[in-house]
Design a protein around this ligand. Sequence first.
Ligand SMILES: Cc1ncc(COP(=O)(O)O)c(C=O)c1O
Length: 399
Amino acid sequence: MNQKSPYSIPFNRPTIVGKELYYISQTIHNGYSAGDGEFTKRCNRLLEQVLNVPKVLLTTSCTHALEMTALLLDIQPGDEVIVPDFTFVSTINAFVLRGAKPVFADIRPDTLNLDETQLSRLITPRTRAILPVHYAGVGCEMDAICEIAAKHNIAIVEDNAHGLFGKYKGKYLGTFGAFATQSFHETKNFTCGEGGALLINDPQYIERAEIIREKGTNRSRFFRGQVDKYTWVDVGSSYLPSDILAAFLYAQLEARDEIQAKRRRIWEYYHHHLGAWAEENGVRLPFVPSHCEQPYHMFYLLLPSLEYRQELIAHLKSYGILSVFHYLPLHLSDMGQRFGGKKGDCPVTEDVSDRLLRLPFYNDLNEGDQARVVEAIQAFKPATLQFTPPVLSVNQRGD
Ligand SMILES: Cc1ncc(COP(=O)(O)O)c(C=O)c1O
């Protein structure tokens, strides 16, 4: 435990599954640690094969993969992009960077995903992309979203930061849109500290994606022997991670069954042991529709009120347990308001954002510590007197 931390059970803790450090040492022994080395290729191939995606490119983050999609779609100032209001800022910021106007859609109260029934109202002749976010790795209603996007010739970019190896109606998340983006940030099921991937399902974008990722050069073609020198051919940036990070990640992806089995156990433990308490206390546990297979990314509680949540965070803190809230409504952020967002625009998001609490969740969270979390929750007695919510710092949000 970090000496300064008041938490003996953190919200997240990076874990080693097996070969991470060995693979890192191999990159050094092989004499190649920059981007697109052996381990980057292995990660790309593994994801392409398992997910059956035409092209996967590791990136430095999910944020950067999203930025690449905005460049690939040639998003121009004034173009509109539909985004769920309940998501991380990067989902939309990547498009705002190119001058796009965000159009905030409210979420479904059950899965907390983009409410697909809102789309026809929000689409205009300027709409260029729809960005479904599979919250907690539970699939959005992709049948309806794909149908309306196809009807209006609008691109779909799935923000699948939470959902690697999750499925919707038997098909992997990340395989529905022209693009999907993954995150390997330290809070995700599979990690290399900071990292991401761009999944390209529409092959027409593959060549340009390689160029954009390689500083606007045709370096990938050069390495394949398709050109005899490489040069500046398009806009781009540096979106490829070091092979050292890819080596760490590859060990985790190889151990995906073991990791997913651990996370499933953790999720089911919370679900089983908190079920009765939740029912007695008006608390809702995560909902997973029967046609979705979740990858056990997180476990959250939907509590009766903001005050209840803030009090429970403080109560768990007194037991040495860090629990965190999640996204604030995008339309009410400083940036969201600059785009015209105002209170009441997305009532479900506004409500859920106040009441959602995420419990500690990491691969090596053992049953003893989980039992402590459950017991602490069961011992919670919300105050009936006036209550002042604690001020939370950004690093307590666990994004
Ligand atoms: C839905 C979603 N999209 C994108 C991101 C950004 O991911 P990254 O940190 O890999 O850029 C996050 C971060 O947690 C996220 O939750």
